[in-house]
Design a protein around this ligand. Sequence first.
Ligand code: CP
Length: 323
Amino acid sequence: MAKISDTAINGHFTGKDILSLDQFSPSDIQLLFKHVSDMAKIAKNAKASDLLKGNIVTLIFYEPSSRTFGSFSASVKQLGGQTVEIQNPQSFSSVSKGETLEDTMRVFEAYCDAIVIRHPVQGTAEKAAAACTAVPIINAGDGVGEHPTQALLDLYTIYEKHGRLDNLTGLAAGDILNGRTVHSLIKGLSLYEGNTLYLLSPEQLRLSKTDYDKFSKKGIKLIEISNENEIPKDCDFWYWTRVQKERFTDMQEYESVKNKFIITPKLLAEYGNENLIIMHPLPRVGEIETTIDDDDRAVYLKSQIRNGMYVRMALVALVLGRL
Ligand code: CP
């Protein structure tokens, strides 16, 4: 399977780098979603699948991860493939001796059929894709940039609950400035008509003006708010996020903005509704009280997690040309 240098998916995932939600159209997302329930069946069935038999996928994570690393690893194995796994290459690979990103990518592309990369610097997945000529790159989060596979699983979770991705009203709360999962979700929701997203954050953690202008041109209505009493009561989903401590150089500033907005039973009773789902990309560090976890509307430790694996199973199989 040769790598394809075109970036737009255009109905063909095989050999494509997956770097940004900008590459997707609604029909590409629908094509991916069409396979997700089959992936769920495979994952729930103890019988091994051999869809990725003979495939090897490298997971190289320059930043910590639980869900993205774990679910990609499990996804490949659920489908009968194998993984080369490198966490913290800065300590446990020749990156520690000064090897460049480009050289590292060119080495690992010789060992596998696709590379999944997470990196703290925005734009690194694109750099990796430019260095790799033989195998596709999947962006597992690049600094404050994007996290496209998270957005795909988030969109699937919303779609599973509401049966549509248009004409939705949502609330994203927390660190909107640095939250790459929110950036990708905004791009994803922008592909559909009639979506409105309220953005609740401390003033310092609003979107940059550049991002606000860029995202607003995409057709989604973005409404920035800084007080809980501005939350509309008709939201279809809440998407809570943590304040991204690792993006701060001044810890005093971090302490002053962290956990300004917390989901409590009182907040949920006052501003929630029966049809709402409560999402979080996780990890959470206090911004949703644990008493909320058992509420049927809370999906962050339930379907949102499981969907992460199913969506990544479908995505990897499509990129490797096995679906
Ligand atoms: N949601 C998410 O990206 O989680 P991890 O950082 O644990 O992968």
